[in-house]
Design a binder for this molecule. Structure first.
Ligand code: GDP
Ligand code: MG
Length: 729
């Protein structure tokens, strides 16, 4: 059976996806050459379908069908002269207005057309919804949707092509641009005139020729001269008269008026078929972003949010904190009451309950902190923060993408360092990993809360906030330094995505908050428990020490002395004397405990370390606490508790620790230096092991440990000595 040959032309704006659709239709069976006489590429391909042999021609991309550019002339001449059975007009659906301009012009030619709305995916993404049925109805042309680069809709297009080819329905002449009464009259009269003069010789649609003549189209004019001979001159003269009339009437060149009319027609269609479902969320997001990512306001607002987060963490957390504190105290008392006195009771009460309890009281703070971070993430603000920080990150020689791991570092550095895997450049990754521990993780928060709460009173929130800022500033400085020395390189460009804002779901927030807080709880039962026990053991042994004085006989002497005075005074005053006696006895007992601690193993370790930390204003207890913090930074708190001999059976245990710290000779200045040290020095064990894994290098791991510890010492030294120098100590 001989196959019927059919030619199909693909027309459309440049970049509407014509070549893509062409490839989808024809596959590899294509031929590339030039259009005769010009250096415009011509592609031709073949396929068979339904017994037809289809030749598909990829026309040059054009925006219009005037005679101004070589591409337009090539495309138009092909349609006029080769008379393909069908013109398939590929439209970029995400750009309807511009693409329909060409479409309406094609519609004016006497050729069968199909509209292919390609890039449907892009349109949808932009929140545009196109009513294909409506468009089809308005212009009386079949409409097919495609996504060219995913080869979607090709089948449907092929089916439509076949059905249009097989139908012998004439293209209706209504449903096309109306140029308004005056021009339409001119078009009508000129058409009649042409018909009379040329009769059958002109092969084109007469209305179209009339329109083009009114537009002074040079190619159509030439053709009239060629085909109509002498009569042609008469037609052109008539056209010029009509043009003159239109020009007088509109005070404008006719082609301009007609172009405007076409645009008006297109605008009308667009209004009918295009619904910008302008995603309300996208719109609202844009409005919110005008403020939150504003060039001037964005950064101050971001800083405010972070500041508010820490204020909240501190002030809101204070209430449940004191409840837990009381609870732990009661538990310690109960355990102390039940268990028989001795080493085992001390281990449970002073080691376990006191150690874990001193960290457990920070659970509310950590929950609040993680709640805030979850809030930033779930609302979409986190991406804005990264966007805002892009410029700041460039100071380091990194881009905004590196900021997400940095922000996560506020929660916990270990997963944050794992999150650097999304960075493409190896150098960017290492740099981000190296400075990540400077983002103060939530484990360090209890230490700040204890120290700032003890020494800064109402300004504790500000003090803590400034430590976080210090971490960020150091990260920038250190990052710059490394970028220009050990990790030299430049930043690769990239696009930051800003997803629309969402109202957060409470359930989602809770889940995210809990996921991260779980780690904290698990740590309490694990490393913190073990760490506390080790510290307690080291501080409780050796059991027997040789005291520098006989505390027991001192106490006995006090008791005896008060017994004498008690006998002498009236009974009303006895109560007062008993209180006085107890105070004197506990002072001696505290002296004894202090000396015992100093002579324990941990005391020896601390005394050995003390000279290193003395220039930072830290005593031997603080030195030991810092050392123990390598296991997990929260342990610093429990170590301080143990070393200051704050037993778990004391109610308001954290108050007791605060009092002990104040008495130990620590000042606001040395407390602040210690906070800075805790911020900067060696990352915790878990983080170090993640660094080792993620850099896959001992060299970088050791580098990270040593640079941070040296830097910590240097900064704490500057703070303490500098502060003392200006009279703060
Ligand atoms: P032409 O200039 O009209 O020939 O356009 P091309 O076929 O070369 O396509 C231009 C670009 O748009 C190419 O990168 C295509 O991969 C892409 N493209 C084509 N169709 C679609 C589509 O439906 N959706 C999207 N997102 N991209 C498309
Ligand atoms: Mg192309």
């Amino acid at each position: 059976m001989p196959k019927k040959s059919i030619t199909i032309a693909l027309a459309g704006n440049p970049n509407s996806g014509k070549s893509t659709i062409f490839n989808n239709l024809t596959g590899t069976r294509q031929k590339v050459g030039n259009w005769p006489g010009v250096t415009v590429e011509k592609k031709e391909g073949h396929l068979t379908a339904n017994g037809y042999r289809l030749t598909v021609v990829d026309l040059p991309g054009t925006y219009s069908l005037t005679a101004y550019s070589i591409e337009e002339i090539v495309a138009r001449n092909f349609i006029l002269d080769e008379k393909p059975e069908l013109v398939v007009n590929i439209l970029d659906a995400s750009n309807m207005e511009r693409n329909l301009y060409l479409a309406t012009q094609l519609r004016e030619l006497d050729t069968k057309v199909i509209f292919v709305l390609n890039m449907e995916d892009v349109a949808r993404q932009r929140g545009a919804k196109i009513d294909g049925d409506k468009l089809s109805e308005l212009l009386d042309v079949p409409v097919v949707f495609t996504v060219g680069n995913r080869n979607e809709g090709t089948e449907e297009l092929l089916k439509t092509i076949i059905s249009v080819v097989e139908s012998d329905v004439e293209l209706p002449h209504t449903r096309r641009v109306s140029y308004g009464k005056d021009i339409e009259e001119a078009v009508g009269e000129l058409s009649e005139f042409i018909k009379d003069k040329t009769a059958e010789t002109l092969r084109h649609n007469i209305r179209w020729v009339a329109i083009k003549l009114l537009e002074n189209d040079k190619i159509v004019k030439e053709r009239i001269r060629e085909t109509a001979g002498l009569e042609g001159e008469g037609i052109l003269r008539e056209a010029e008269l009509k043009r003159q009339k239109i020009r007088e009437f509109f005070d404008e060149e006719p082609e301009i008026v007609m172009t405007e009319r076409r645009y008006g027609f297109v605008a009308g269609i667009v209004k009918e078929v295009l619904k910008t479902v302008s995603d309300k969320r996208v719109d609202r997001s844009r409005q919110i972003d005008q403020i939150l990512t504003n060039r001037l306001l964005g950064l101050p607002i971001f800083v405010f949010f972070i500041w508010a987060m820490f204020q909240m963490t501190f002030s809101l957390g204070a209430y449940p904190m004191s409840w837990i504190d009381t609870g732990v105290g009661l538990l310690g008392q109960a355990a102390g009451g039940i268990l028989p006195g001795g080493l085992f009771r001390d281990l449970i009460v002073d080691g376990m309950i006191a150690g874990v309890g001193s960290v457990a009281i920070f659970l509310p703070n950590i929950l609040i902190l993680f709640f805030c971070i979850a809030l930033f993430e779930d609302t979409g603000y986190m991406a804005r923060a990264a966007f805002l920080m892009d410029k700041v990150m460039h100071l380091i020689g990194l881009h905004g993408k590196s900021f997400i791991p940095m922000l996560m570092g506020f929660g916990c550095n270990a997963p944050a360092i794992m999150a650097t895997r999304t960075l493409e450049s190896e150098k960017d990754r290492i740099l981000t990993i190296l400075i990540n521990p400077l983002m103060s993780c939530s484990a360090r928060l209890p230490v700040y809360i204890l120290l700032a709460g003890t020494f800064f009173g109402a300004r504790a929130g500000n003090a803590i906030f400034s430590i976080y800022v210090l971490g960020i500033v150091l990260a920038i400085l250190v990052g710059r330094l490394f970028r220009s020395t050990v990790l030299r390189g430049s930043v690769a460009p990239f696009v930051m995505e800003l997803p629309p804002y969402r109202a957060p779901m409470l359930k989602g927030l809770m889940i995210h908050m809990w996921d991260r807080s779980k780690i904290f709880l698990r740590k309490m039962g694990g490393v913190i428990l073990i760490g506390s026990l080790v510290i307690w053991l080291l501080s409780s042994f050796p059991r027997e020490v040789r005291f520098s004085m006989d505390y027991e006989s001192e106490i006995a002497a006090i008791n005896a002395r008060y017994a004498v005075s008690m006998a002498e005074v009236k009974s009303e005053l006895r109560e007062e004397i008993v209180r006085e006696r107890d105070r004197a006895v506990s002072a001696i007992e505290a002296e004894k405990a202090k000396e015992k601690m100093e002579k324990s193993y941990i005391g020896h370790i601390g005394k050995a370390l003390a000279p290193v930390f003395a220039p930072l204003g830290m005593d031997w207890r603080a030195s030991v606490a810092v050392l123990s913090g390598f296991v997990a930074k929260e342990i610093v708190v429990s170590t301080l508790g143990v070393l200051h001999a704050v037993g778990a059976d004391e109610t308001e245990k954290s108050e007791a620790l605060k009092l002990a710290l104040k008495k130990s000779g620590m000042t606001p200045l040395s407390a602040y230096a210690m906070m800075a040290f805790i911020l900067i020095y060696i990352p915790c064990l878990a983080t170090v092991s993640v660094i080792r894994r993620e850099t896959n290098s001992w060299k970088w791991t050791i580098f990270s440990i040593s640079y941070s510890t040296i830097l910590a010492w240097g900064i704490a030294f500057l703070i303490y000595q500098g502060g003392k120098g200006i009279g703060l100590g």
